[in-house]
Design a binder for this molecule. Sequence first.
Ligand code: HPA
Length: 270
Amino acid sequence: MSFQKAFEIAEFLKSKGVKDLSISVVLGTGISKIMEHFTPKIEIPYSEISGFPVSTVKGHTGRIIFSHTGDKKVAFFCGRFHYYEGYSMEDVVLPVRVSKFLGAEVLVLTNAAGGLNPSFKPGDIMVITDHINLFPENPLRGKNDENIGPRFPSMINAYDPLLRKVFIDSASEDGINIKEGIYAGWQGPNLETKAEYRFLRIIGADAVGMSTVPEAIAGKHLNMKILGISIITNMGIGEITPHSHEDVIRVAEKSSELLGKILIKWIKKL
Ligand code: HPA
């Protein structure tokens, strides 16, 4: 495990004025729409950052947007690096480590996910209470640097209870009902079989997706406070009909408008 690359990228971003972060937000598939609610101060395409991978997935635009919201400096990573794209775990969690080296103590991880809880429906916003890691690799594998984080970090309350509560309260002020649940992360890129969706429900998951878990592990290792948000884009129970990546983007984009509104309120309350 090497932190050198993340450190160097953080130094480069500081030289461009992206520094003293309070909060860092990683935007999932179709969720870049929330940026309509934030005023960019500095924008840096990933392609201009030496050592930074370039996201290959439709719906991920590939840039860092730095914004001031109230008195908070917030960085948005528009475009994430999925394990299924072929990136190493080190690259998958690079935005998290860079964020920490830029000062961020709070990490927001967003994603599009399939719903497994029968009370959910497409378009719902779910706060992640906990996760189940089904990835075949771990970002903390390898030599550990005790100055950066512990060898065996606890994952109890990896998703900060207070951040979750403030998010739910912020939404309810606007009459928006937020779901809560456990996110199962697996590598994809194929979607689940019916039997796999059933299995994931049986082992306790409320939603399933192909991201977030490695980033949450890396964030908790760095002692960051994490808020995880899933937009439920399709259901994996009941009458399951095949859905396309375009369907996922369409539903995620629609709910992102609400999510952006809630996040602004949430950031101001922190
Ligand atoms: N499964 C896995 N990942 C997903 C899904 C799903 O059904 N929907 C959106 N991302």
